[in-house]
Design a protein. Structure first.
Lengths: 300, 232
């Protein structure tokens, strides 16, 4: 299995596969389906400083080859997470990424201070949730805001920071460069694509918030293009997200420049899909006589 | 993965699908069945389980159930489950009233069957409401003591809530709320089974959450069965 090992910011991942934020809870739910230590890392459900009840109304709507969600960052808040969930995550036997977002610089810094006291591998700075203002999407829509919040967080955090970028920004490449300049250790991309659905019988938007986030196979080619573009312009490593549902998708993202590959909504239809992807990646490497998957990062 | 034993049209857009194999699941739980033409799996409640396999009763509503309606004997279906809490039928010390509306009758068949097996002496009254045409009424008559059917009306108006029974309901939200409102006036709670759009069905994505008196609850994991007093 050594062929699948990758180094990400000086930490070894047993394989490049990471369960994406919001699709995997805190790891408990999928432990009944497979040994979570088999995957490279787990990213927590998106957290905010204070508990959030999430959005009202419809939260899910199936789209062609994907799903639109408007969960609205329902979460127990950082303090509860640190007591009830982080200790559990730290026992999963895999790399732990804590996804954290806020709607103000003060809340970001207060949360980072709380996380500073804890054992974890990485913080994924969520400045890109499209569903609530607390998701901080405003921070990633322009380069200066993204630069400022990243710099402020970097100055405070003892943990490595992965900044999660939005595909809804005018130029995701420019935002990626800005957060790199501000000291981000890595970037992850993409968050969900701003989308919409209309209930033609009710003649109203499906979601109370009108717009919501699209994920799944439908976004894969676009997310892949964005990862490729960003990878060409930055030096820091990339954790990719974007509709991966099999090993071929994962390889595409790696060849486009991702070191780690997130798997998200594909888990919904097949709870053990990440185990299949891992096995198939290994077989691909053996079949093609490739000693390490790292050799493929960014080769395209 | 399981093999289709049969998939037959019951009435209009109502179908019954039976899959071969040894399946687990208690009354009120559901399985996630994967259509080939949709991104997500679809939650379908257990209609019955026997030695041959598991039966699902479903209504064609969208692309996924439309796909299910095309399944033929011998074809394969991907599924996982059982999921959800199911009905609690421990310590029932009263007679039982069961209220079903439309395709909401699907999980009630297995519920009634299990209650009758466990408590043969308890009297089971069943009220079934349908919009246009009834279906499977004779099947319910075989396992219940009394079956009252209403087509086109309001089924909850026929229920005698003054009886000191244990009440169960599954159907359109408006029907379950009406049942709870009427029952609570007589001092009873109603055990209801909710429906919602789901993605993960394991409690991870929070897409199916509902607001309850005890805070947000996951329909897929904390439910689908709740007390009416929690949700209405």
């Amino acid at each position: 299995m050594d062929r699948l090992k990758v180094d990400f910011l000086g930490k070894e991942f047993s394989n490049p596969l990471v369960a994406a934020s919001g699709t995997f809870g805190f790891g408990r739910e999928y432990s009944e389906f497979f040994d979570v230590s088999e995957i490279g890392g787990v990213c927590s459900k998106g957290l905010t400083l204070k508990p959030q009840p999430g959005n009202s109304g419809n939260r899910l709507w199936e789209a062609p080859s994907g799903v639109i969600n408007s969960i609205g960052l329902e979460n127990p808040g950082v303090r509860s997470f640190l007591i009830k969930d982080l200790p559990y995550m730290n026992k999963l036997g895999t790399r732990v990424i804590v996804n954290f977002g806020a709607h103000s610089t003060e809340d970001f810094l207060e949360g980072i201070e709380l996380l500073n006291k804890e054992e974890l591998d990485f913080i994924e700075l969520n400045i890109s949730c499209p569903n609530v203002k607390e998701g901080g999407m405003a921070f990633c829509m322009d380069n200066k805001s993204a630069y400022d919040i990243t710099k402020a967080v970097k100055e405070k955090s003892v943990h490595p920071i992965i900044v999660k970028l939005s595909p809804n920004a005018p130029s995701i490449v420019d935002v990626a460069i800005a957060v790199q300049d501000a000291g981000a250790d890595a970037v992850s991309l993409t968050n969900t694509f701003l989308a919409m659905a209309i209930d033609i019988n009710k003649k109203k938007p499906v979601f109370d918030n009108v717009y919501a986030g699209l994920s799944g196979s439908a976004i894969k080619p676009i997310a892949l293009r964005m990862v490729h573009q960003v990878a060409k312009e930055i030096e820091i490593p990339i954790l990719s997200y974007g509709g991966v549902s099999n090993y071929m998708d994962a390889l595409e993202f790696i060849m486009a420049g991702a070191t780690l590959v997130g798997v998200g909504s594909a888990i919904f239809a097949d709870p053990t899909v990440m185990i299949d992807i891992k096995k198939d990646l290994e077989e691909y490497l053996i079949r093609n006589n490739i000693e390490s998957i790292s050799e493929l990062i960014g080769i395209v | 993965m399981a093999i289709v034993l049969f998939n037959k049209k019951i009435k209009d857009d109502i179908y019954m699908l039976k899959l071969k194999g040894k399946f687990e699941g208690k009354e009120g739980q559901f399985y996630m069945l994967k259509p080939k033409n949709t991104f997500l799996s679809k939650p379908i409640s257990i209609h019955d389980i026997d030695k041959e396999g598991i039966t699902f009763l479903y209504q064609v509503k969208g692309e996924g159930t439309k796909y299910f309606s095309t399944l033929k004997e011998g074809m394969e279906v991907d599924l996982f489950g059982p999921r959800g809490n199911g009905f609690d039928i421990e310590n029932i010390d009263k007679d039982v009233t069961v209220i079903g509306g439309g395709i909401g009758t699907a999980p009630l068949y297995y519920l009634i069957k299990q209650i009758k097996n466990k408590y043969p002496s308890k009297y089971i009254r069943v009220y079934l409401g349908f919009t246009k045409e009834d279906y499977l009424v004779d099947e319910f008559k075989k396992i219940a003591d009394e079956v009252i059917v209403d087509v086109g009306g309001i089924i909850t108006h026929q229920v005698d809530f003054t009886k000191d029974d244990k009440y169960f309901a599954c159907g359109p939200d408006i029907m379950m709320k009406s049942a709870y409102d009427l029952a609570s006036k007589e001092g009873h709670d109603v055990i209801v089974s909710l429906e919602n759009r789901m993605a993960c069905a394991v409690g991870a994505c929070l897409g199916c959450n509902v607001r309850t008196s005890g805070g947000n609850r996951k329909v897929c994991k904390d439910g689908p069965v709740f007390k009416g007093s929690e949700v209405y």
